[in-house]
Design a protein around this ligand. Structure first.
Ligand SMILES: Cc1cc2nc3c(=O)[nH]c(=O)nc-3n(C[C@H](O)[C@H](O)[C@H](O)COP(=O)(O)OP(=O)(O)OC[C@H]3O[C@@H](n4cnc5c(N)ncnc54)[C@H](O)[C@@H]3O)c2cc1C
Length: 535
């Protein structure tokens, strides 16, 4: 093997958003921890999160209610054990984040909680009004570093190594040089894949690297077809597109088509407050019908002053692009936003590869099912980041794993942006909000061709994109965020299953596990009784 610089630590974390950093924070006291992040920390999706994080913290709330809302949004595909873990552990984790200094919005010393679409009560903790992610990323990296964790920006994982089926190391491009990183355990926390689509809210680093890296060494991936499209990204020619939070619709903003007509009441009884996937599809249909690349979001009845105060960051993002939100309607269109699928893990972030863990958006714990409930993903990063910080204990007293007998040639760190454009075009045209068999077949064929020519990181982007398109073709029904024009109905009898993929194998169908504890309706009744009795 040509010589590469070799580096070691106890726990190697690839990706420095909320999940990777929270995991690092809790692992650090007992082990040497390194976080490698592809771009700067300000480029993680976490930095851009607006609304906040969900946790049952209000007196009127309970984990049972958070559970019921999450499962309802997940359209029959949530793993109930995972959801229960999320909702019961969320309050403690959000409070812990507050205590390390994240400046959550408060009133009289108490967290201010707000409500978002499909939540039944106020449970979203937020910071800087509508810039929660920025508050997290201004605080967390510093706190992690103070615990002795080494953080490196512009360090990109290129390839994972396995020996005897267990994780053994990673090739990483850092400052233009390929290095070999060895550790006792590795945690993938590389975020989402919105950048594989032409129109997205996700920052540049969200190219689904972690999913492909893990898949290539034999990790199982699941629910790949479920990509959530946010209905209202500002329709400007930028990548990523600025997000216009659904909290505006919560405040009464209306959607109008190119003719100025309000259209949502034709699609759903809850009109603008219908679930995200329904609003995204309705906007898509209206755009198709009118031939315009956007519809209008109109909150003029509230006035500019109100909008500037309530949504300062969104207001200024619009203003910077020439739109006076609150004074005039602004153009919006759906954009790829969140990936429910990813590397299949258990409730402790373990993949099927010993020593390899996955957390955050690149993982699939089954918590989101076919559709994520708003503001559950930051919370997921905290809950499962914390859990993996404990799970890695199982390797801390083991020696470093040996390297493979026959080491591969260190990979190229080349990023083929031209190829990324082609992937984005394919995914945007054929694997978007509305899908159909011929389009998906064409997409997989095109991606297979692109894969033959791909080099360096582009091979990973093609792999993740192909898995999404292929899984979307396989699932001949519509469910949650996955809508097939040729199969517009859900088919519970056949398709209430996760599609799980492993390299070299056919897809495996897995029924979502139900909760092992008491059924939720009994818990809810008990909770209601407790509330009624004033306990
Ligand atoms: C505009 C926007 C608004 C959102 N608002 C909310 C919200 O209000 N509430 C909510 O719960 N969720 C929200 N989300 C979703 C949420 O922000 C993300 O799901 C969550 O932050 C993901 O956290 P993460 O730690 O898994 O990944 P990220 O925060 O994306 O961090 C992953 C990091 O890994 C890096 N990386 C990628 N590939 C590699 C590689 N090969 N090697 C090394 N590093 C790599 C990336 O560059 C990135 O820095 C929003 C998302 C966006 C884009």
């Amino acid at each position: 093997m040509q010589s590469v610089i070799e580096r070691c630590c106890d726990v190697l974390i690839l990706g420095g958003g909320i999940a990777g950093l929270w995991c690092a924070y809790h692992t650090a006291p007992k082990a040497s921890v390194v976080v490698l992040n592809k771009g700067s920390f300000a480029e993680a999706s976490t930095f851009w999160a607006q609304g906040g994080m969900a946790a049952a913290l209000a007196p009127s709330d309970a984990p049972e209610k958070h559970f019921a809302d999450t499962v309802a949004a997940g359209a029959g595909l949530c793993d109930e054990d995972a959801v229960w873990t999320l909702v019961t552990e969320a309050p403690k984790q959000v409070m812990a984040l507050w205590h390390i200094g994240v400046p959550f919005d408060t009133d009289d010393g108490q967290l201010v909680l707000t409500i978002e679409g499909a939540h039944s009560v106020e449970r979203i903790a937020h910071a800087y009004g509508d810039a929660t992610g920025r508050a997290v990323m201004e605080t967390l990296p510093r706190a992690v570093e103070q615990r002795g964790v080494r953080l490196y920006e512009r360090a990109t994982a290129l390839q994972l190594l396995v020996r005897d089926g267990a994780w053994a190391g990673a090739f990483v491009l850092r400052d233009g040089t390929v290095e070999l990183w060895r550790a006792k355990a590795c945690v993938l926390a590389t975020g989402g894949c919105g950048q594989l689509f032409a129109v997205t809210t996700n920052p540049q680093g969200a190219t689904g690297d972690g999913v492909a890296l893990a898949f290539e060494v034999g990790a199982r991936v699941a629910d790949m077809e479920f990509v959530q499209f946010h209905p209202t990204a500002l329709a400007v020619g930028e990548v990523p597109r600025p997000l216009i939070s659904e909290a505006l619709r919560g405040e009464g903003a209306l959607l109008r088509n190119a003719k100025g007509e309000r259209f949502m009441p034709r699609y759903h009884p809850r009109a603008e407050l219908a679930p995200r996937d329904i609003v995204a599809r309705a906007i898509f249909m209206e755009m198709q019908e009118t031939g315009m690349p956007y519809v209008w979001l109109d909150i003029t009845h509230k006035g500019e002053e109100f909008v500037r105060e309530r949504f300062p960051n969104i207001y200024h993002a619009c203003l910077a692009r020439g739109f006076r939100l609150g004074r005039e309607p602004v153009p919006v269109a759906p954009a790829a936003h969140y990936h429910m699928g990813g590397i299949r893990t258990d409730l402790w972030g373990r993949t099927n590869i010993p020593r390899l863990y996955a957390i955050g958006e690149c993982a699939c714990t089954g918590v989101h099912g076919a559709n994520r409930l708003a503001s559950n993903s930051l919370t997921e990063g905290l809950v499962f980041g914390y859990r993996v910080a404990h799970a890695v204990d199982e390797w801390l007293h083991a020696p470093l794993p040996a390297l493979p007998d026959s080491m591969p040639v260190p990979p190229s760190g080349y990023s083929d942006w031209q190829m990324l454009r082609q992937i984005q075009q394919t995914m945007g045209e054929l694997v978007g909000v509305v899908r159909w068999a011929d389009g998906l077949t064409a997409a997989t064929a095109r991606l297979t061709e692109l894969g033959k020519a791909a080099r360096g990181l582009a091979t990973r982007w093609v792999t993740t994109a192909w898995l999404i398109a292929r899984a979307a073709l396989e699932r001949t029904e519509s469910r949650g965020a996955h809508f097939r024009q040729d199969y517009p109905a859900s088919d519970d009898a056949r398709w209430r299953v996760h599609l799980t993929w492993q390299i070299g194998g056919a897809p495996v169908w897995q029924h979502p596990p139900q909760r092992h504890q008491e059924p939720v309706h009994r818990l809810s009744n008990r909770q209601d009784r407790r509330n009624a009795s004033g306990e």
